[in-house]
Design a protein around this ligand. Sequence first.
Ligand code: SF4
Length: 357
Amino acid sequence: MQEHILGITRKNIETLISGRFGSKSAPARANRLFEGLYGRGAVYAWPPQFPPEAHQASLEMIRESHDFTLPMRVSRSENSAMDGSSKLVMTLGDGREIETVLIPERGRLTQCLSTQVGCAQGCRFCQTGRMGLLRSLTAAEIVGQVIAAELWRREQSGVVSEYPRINNLVFMGMGEPLDNLDELLSAIDILTDTQGLQFSHNKITVSSVGLLPQLRRLLAESKACLALSLHSPFDAERSKVMPVNKAHPLAEVIEVLRENAESYGRSYMIQYTMLKNVNDSTAHAEALATLLKGLKVKINLIPLNEHEGAAFRRPELARIWSFRDVLKSCGHVVTVRLSKGRDIAAACGQLIKKTTP
Ligand code: SF4
């Protein structure tokens, strides 16, 4: 199968050109081709038209060896009447489907991206986890999600069309991003390239349950922001909700964050899905505050988005506020995400494809 053009980094284009035509002009030729593909939004007029100044023999070689069809298309969309969010169902080349969500909020248009079809982690409160893992996405399919969503957005007349472009990316859709780390890192490289789409690293957030050693590698090789899904400060209880905790206990994961924070002064987002009578007590809030003491974190409380067949319930608002206040009184920065897109099942933990080929 041919490699897809959207999955190739500028460095890789340079290597290909250098292998065929020598290394002297390879960096400049690769820059031209990459810029011709992505620069100034060229890629949003798919298929891309390369400028005449591109080195034609290099372009010919890349065209011959790479797939230039869009790796997915938007097959269905649903718009939230509550908050203007849009859930897009995208069909991949093999007929499988993934979901991605566009969230307009305070001058920012965020896309929530999927990295896998399904997920192997099996977190008990999550719809995607119930699917199991069907396959991981390629870097081209991850980048293609952004291109296809932006192309779709440009044809709309609703809230999302009022934004100049998608400008914030969160890897919080279907799948555990660190279970697909090589492809994720290549995709981030392509999305942030200064000759290309120019997403800023601090406008990209990768969510993870805390797989080791992949977490260490992500922190060492990428400047993207990390959002750690924590969900309980107690090991035994976290293992019941998130099976990954049995292999990678909380203390080891938090240690990696501390080591990295000491070396690079890095800050983190902590995601905490609130489950009624499971992890929403004052004792949980106090233990969470202690666990994170000394780390620069923003704690994002996510009251459960209940779904069909869910084993857990969403706590009442009073409980959510009192949990938040305990954390705040310990000096932590806390936000409560009363999730967007709940009416179209596009909120956290609700993405699922019921039928797959
Ligand atoms: S919460 Fe994330 S890691 Fe856990 S099962 Fe769902 S998609 Fe996978």
